[in-house]
Design a protein. Structure first.
Length: 396
């Protein structure tokens, strides 16, 4: 720490001295004030806790053996309070019971200890050292708080771009969804829009990675999608080609990033799902003939967006009538792991969805979400997760 920073800390740092021996308090008070510290005092543990709550000192010099409440209990209470848990505490121990009290001090949560009779220069050196650490902790806490505030703002912006979790009725369809970023913001994105009555556009994508960098790319995808989504007619493959070109020109040419995407048009008048895929997992389509959910498409999912400039995306067509349903998802669903390290898998997901053929879109999403949560248990999810179920809305 340089002299300027040391001087600044001495001018602003608040030190609480807690000891039931007035002579010890006086010695420390004089030494600390002479070096610019603001000093508060307390004669017992209960009084000390009151000063801590009122003044929020930057460091505490705490005697162990005191009336009403000993130093160990004071430390425990300070450490259990979120507002005070990181205040540095130096325990003052008597020489005759140093070993035992040192162990108890550490177990209670003290940062350091000194012995009576204490050397004033040693005390001041330890105070400076711990205040330096406290300064770095406070600086880091401020940066973290600012970062958290920025992330929450970014999350709010991303929530504006992505349809809210829950149930939406649009253009004769009912859509249920759940989008859960692994961090405050994420790389999963989807959009649902009305093309015409009984004609629905659907788009889902998954940007490489997660967090802030992936979230920025979802804004780019949303911008391009908003510009062209009403112009794709019956050719969603063309929209993916536009996205791929823009992705390569603006992002992949500068950064190693790509995204998978699926784009579809559900047209009830034509009785068809018209779709194209860019490296994304094919959705499940409920077949009234087989009365189950099948994966549409084949193993060739196409190139992801940003992988190859000249990629061409085939537009495919599948039957979709009034009783049809569609289930879309990102890889964070089937790659979710349990505490044993086993993945949820696409096969498990398909079997589970196929047991819910009689359930509404909302209940299907709730059922799958609960199953994933039960499967993963306490194991943290390592990727963003998105589920979408689409069905024809019942007429009143």
């Amino acid at each position: 720490m340089n002299d300027e920073m040391t001087s600044e800390l001495q001018e602003t740092a608040k030190v609480l001295v807690v000891d039931d021996e007035p002579r010890n308090v006086k010695i420390l008070q004089i030494q600390l004030k002479a070096r610019g510290y603001t000093v508060y005092t307390a004669a017992d543990g209960l009084e000390a806790l009151g000063v801590v709550e009122k003044e929020m000192p930057d460091l505490i010099l705490l005697d162990i053996n005191m009336p009403k409440m000993d130093g160990f209990e004071v430390v425990k209470q300070i450490r259990t309070n979120e507002a005070t848990e990181f205040i540095p505490i130096v325990m003052i121990t008597a020489l005759r019971d140093t070993r035992e009290n040192r162990i108890k001090s550490i177990e209670a949560g003290a940062d350091d200890f000194i012995e009576k009779p204490f050397d004033s220069l040693e005390v001041l050196a330890r105070v400076r050292s711990l205040l330096r650490i406290k300064h770095y902790q406070d600086t880091l806490a401020k940066h973290n708080a600012r970062l958290e505030e920025e992330l929450q703002m970014a999350r709010s912006i991303q929530e504006i771009l992505i349809p809210q979790n829950g149930v939406l009725e649009l253009s004769g369809f009912r859509i249920a969804s759940r989008c859960c970023p692994e961090m405050a913001v994420g790389g999963d994105f989807f959009d649902i829009w009305e093309i015409a009555p009984n004609r629905l556009g659907v788009f889902i994508s998954d940007v490489m990675g997660h967090g802030v960098s992936a979230a920025f790319v979802t804004v780019f995808i949303k911008t391009v999608l908003a510009e062209f989504q009403q112009q794709i007619a019956d050719n969603p493959g063309y929209l993916l080609e536009i996205l791929n070109t823009r992705f390569n020109d603006l992002i992949s040419s500068r950064l190693f990033m790509f995204a998978t995407a699926f784009c579809g048009i559900i047209d009830l008048d034509k009785g068809a799902l018209i779709c194209a895929n860019a490296g994304h997992s094919f959705p499940f389509l409920y077949s009234t003939d087989r009365e189950t959910y099948d994966i549409i498409g084949d193993k060739n999912t196409g190139n992801g967006l940003g992988i190859w400039q000249e990629s061409v995306y085939e537009t495919m067509q599948y039957p979709f009538d009034l009783s049809s349903k569609m289930f879309l998802y990102t890889d964070g669903v089937y790659e979710a792991k349990n505490p044993q390290g086993e993945e949820f898998t696409v096969e498990r997901l398909q079997k589970l969805v196929s047991t819910c053929t009689e359930q509404s879109a909302a209940k299907l999403i709730a059922h799958i979400s609960e199953a994933i949560d039960v499967f993963t248990g306490t194991c943290p999810k390592e990727d963003d997760l998105t589920l979408i179920a689409i069905e024809v809305a019942e007429e009143d």
